[in-house]
Design a protein around this ligand. Structure first.
Ligand code: WTA
Length: 663
């Protein structure tokens, strides 16, 4: 299809009806919406029935003390048992849980990798659970996981769940500083890591960052007792890179541990994990998810939104360091006994069409990825996916940021051969589960719209006072009723939990999502993006304040302001405005590169600014608040907007005329 036809399509405002066969056999039918609306608690209780409970719950929802929810009160279960053992006990032990595909490819074109069945997964998880216990981890202790995308990462998460030790997975692309602050915040006793992982064909070390983070955590007064290390790349760790009193090899402990382990049932509200995410202040928030409600929400949505069938091969390309990996690689799909692809590497290594090659080879039928990836494939041209047989695909999913209609149509047409519905799924680290999405056998698709809340979920778009805006208007996206996988609090900070999510519409008891949205004339929902100081870069959440703090920690920087500017490839891009200290002079020739590298080191490569602009002043309101809106105008080369509330409105002229910029 030519570009011209594509844009014509968009003007036509197209609808894509569910394929007849899919609709006829769909897991969920239109009746589910009405049933869930009549009795939401009854609906979720029914969904909780897809799990195995050691003790049934007494009360579905306790919302007596909002915003602190308890779901399935009195019930007891083990999340790892539900994700693994019960499938083996039901005679499905030989079913493949993971087709693991490593990044390295040998000279004959064979990818490094292996298949892991549910029976094998049960043994691995039991062994790792025994090892963690041997290392002193007890129920309730926190374990940090800092790993590449290898099966041991999933095994470590499930082993933690099995012994009731909440895990906190820190994305392997984060720096040692970011890791240290998370270790300290949740007081992790043990870290599970690897010597390194493969990235674009070369080993990339992880263990040295753990050593650094451990030292930094110690400076903050927190001791990490043990580090369990998977040997993945075989990199030389150096003489200083191993501490016998702390470091333990996975292959010398887990591999030799007993495969017998009896899972204990925990309270439905027992903490399952803490996932850190960027908020509007510099300090990341530890989002707490608990066991019974979370697993119910993840399992139901994975089954309903992707129309999962026993023979499907499902692939979610997220990293387990993000919530998408938690809910839609680990907990949802495994609770449903799905067969998945787990891929270690990048989409384009060793060749541009690696993902499509994997889909062809593993006959992937459900594929879940982010708009930013789709846009980069669009750029490379359709010849690359066209060279592969993608006919196994039947449902495509999108997550992480708004999908522009052009990318949606390309995804459906080029990757899905026009057979596949595209489910644009809106949710957040905090929601734990998909909240707004079409159902592939029920709802028609509309490019760019996340459509309507799934059964059992109540959302609305409201104005400042919390009044519904109605069709054809925009406002704040809110969730108006509690849901099972909702966050329970921010780790160690109930006040911040209340303030961040529940104070804005306190009287109405609405959850404030931090996103702007609009309802179209049909009442379908379009997510417009964040309304706070959180950016979305390639589907990853970054806080403007966190990057600003990183910049001002550089000795040459006096002040910094960061904005997310629109970017064709990454959705938004990090743009920084920096005032240098007097003594730094002009900062030197390489100042822009120096500052970009500094942010990369402090937070990680994803936070590295696309642009750093050295300026003499920053626009501020009379109360001293930086006016990021105006900076965004500059960063996006727009005419600078209304400056009447600026303390000194000539500042903007100064900025737009005298900036030295670097890309
Ligand atoms: C954005 C990722 C539009 C949104 C699961 C949200 C989306 C934030 C979509 C959460 C979507 C996620 N359409 N925007 N389908 N999905 N977002 O916590 O701004 O990493 O608030 O969770 O991503 O990002 P998080």
């Amino acid at each position: 299809m030519s570009d011209e036809t594509l844009s014509n399509l968009l003007k036509e405002d197209r609808r894509f009806e569910p394929p007849a066969e899919l609709a006829a056999n769909a897991n969920v039918t239109a009746e589910a919406y009405a049933a869930a609306e009549r009795d939401p608690e009854g609906f979720w209780a029914e969904q909780a029935g897809r799990l195995d409970w050691a003790t049934p719950w007494e009360r579905v929802l306790n919302w007596d003390d909002p915003p602190f929810a308890k779901w399935f009160e009195g019930g007891r279960l083990n999340a790892a048992y539900n994700c693994v053992d019960r499938h083996v006990e039901a005679g499905r032990g030989d079913k493949v849980a993971f087709h693991f595909v490593g990044e390295p490819v040998d000279a004959d074109g064979h990818a490094d990798g292996r298949d892991i069945t549910y029976a094998e997964l049960k043994d691995l998880v039991s062994q790792a659970a025994n090892t963690l216990t041997d290392l002193g981890v007890q129920t309730g202790d926190r374990v940090a996981i800092y790993m590449p995308m290898i099966p041991e990462a999933v095994v470590a998460m499930l082993a933690c769940a099995r012994i009731g030790a909440p895990h906190t997975v820190v994305f392997g692309g984060f720096s040692s500083d970011a890791l240290a602050s998370r270790l300290e915040d949740c007081q992790a006793r043990v870290v599970v890591t690897a010597d390194g992982g493969y990235r674009r064909g070369a080993p990339s070390a992880l263990k040295p960052a753990v050593d650094e983070a451990r030292a930094k955590a110690a400076d903050l007064g927190h001791t990490v007792e043990k580090v369990l290390v998977v040997r993945r790349t075989g990199q030389d760790l150096g003489a200083d890179g191993w501490d016998d009193g702390v470091d333990v090899w996975w292959h010398e402990s887990v591999d030799t541990a007993s495969t017998e382990h009896t899972p204990e049932a925990f309270d439905a509200e027992h903490p399952l994990y803490v996932m850190y995410t960027s908020g509007t202040t510099g300090k990341p928030k530890g989002i707490l998810h608990t066991t019974g409600g979370y697993l119910t929400g993840a399992a139901y949505t994975h089954w309903a939104v992707f129309d999962l069938k026993p023979d499907d091969v499902y692939w979610c390309t997220a990293d387990i360091g993000w919530v998408t990996g938690h809910s839609y690689i680990v907990y949802g799909p495994l609770a449903n006994g799905a067969t998945q692809v787990l891929y270690e590497g990048t989409p384009d290594s060793p060749e541009k069409g690696r993902w499509w090659q994997i889909i062809e080879e593993k006959k992937v039928s459900i594929f879940y990825t982010a708009p930013t990836a789709i846009r980069s494939f669009m750029k490379q041209g359709r010849e690359i996916p066209d060279a592969r047989d993608l006919s196994s695909l039947r449902v495509l999913g999108s997550v992480g940021e708004p999908i522009n209609p052009e990318a949606y149509v390309w995804y459906r047409h080029v990757i899905g051969g026009d057979r596949t519905p595209v489910v644009d799924t809106w949710w957040q680290t905090e929601t734990g589960q998909i909240m707004i999405s079409p159902l592939p056998g029920v709802t028609h698709g509309k490019p760019g719209s996340a459509m309507i809340p799934i059964p059992g979920i109540s959302a609305d778009v409201v104005d400042e006072e919390g009044r519904p805006v109605g069709n054809g208007a925009g406002g704040y996206l809110v969730l108006t009723k509690p849901w099972p996988a909702m966050l329970r609090t921010i780790w160690g900070d109930d006040e911040r939990f209340k303030e961040t999510y529940w104070s804005r519409f306190e009287k109405l008891g609405y959850y404030f999502a931090g996103d702007g949205a609009k309802l179209d004339d049909d009442g379908d929902l379009w997510v417009l993006g964040r309304v706070d100081d959180v950016m979305n870069v390639s589907g990853h959440r970054l806080s403007t304040t966190e990057i600003e703090s990183a910049l001002v920690s550089h000795p040459k920087v006096a002040e910094a302001a960061v904005v997310g500017a629109q970017d064709e490839d990454t959705g938004q891009a990090v743009c920084a405005f920096v005032i240098l200290r007097d003594e730094a002079g002009d900062g030197g020739e390489d100042i822009v590169e120096e500052l970009r590298a500094h942010v990369r080191k402090e937070i990680g490569p994803i936070a590295k600014p696309r642009q750093v602009m050295i300026v003499a002043e920053l626009p501020k309101t009379r109360s001293g608040k930086i006016m990021r809106r105006l900076l965004r105008d500059v960063a996006e080369n727009r005419e600078v907007g209304d400056v009447t509330t600026l303390a000194d409105s000539s500042v903007m002229d100064l900025i737009s005329s005298g900036i030295s910029t670097g890309k």
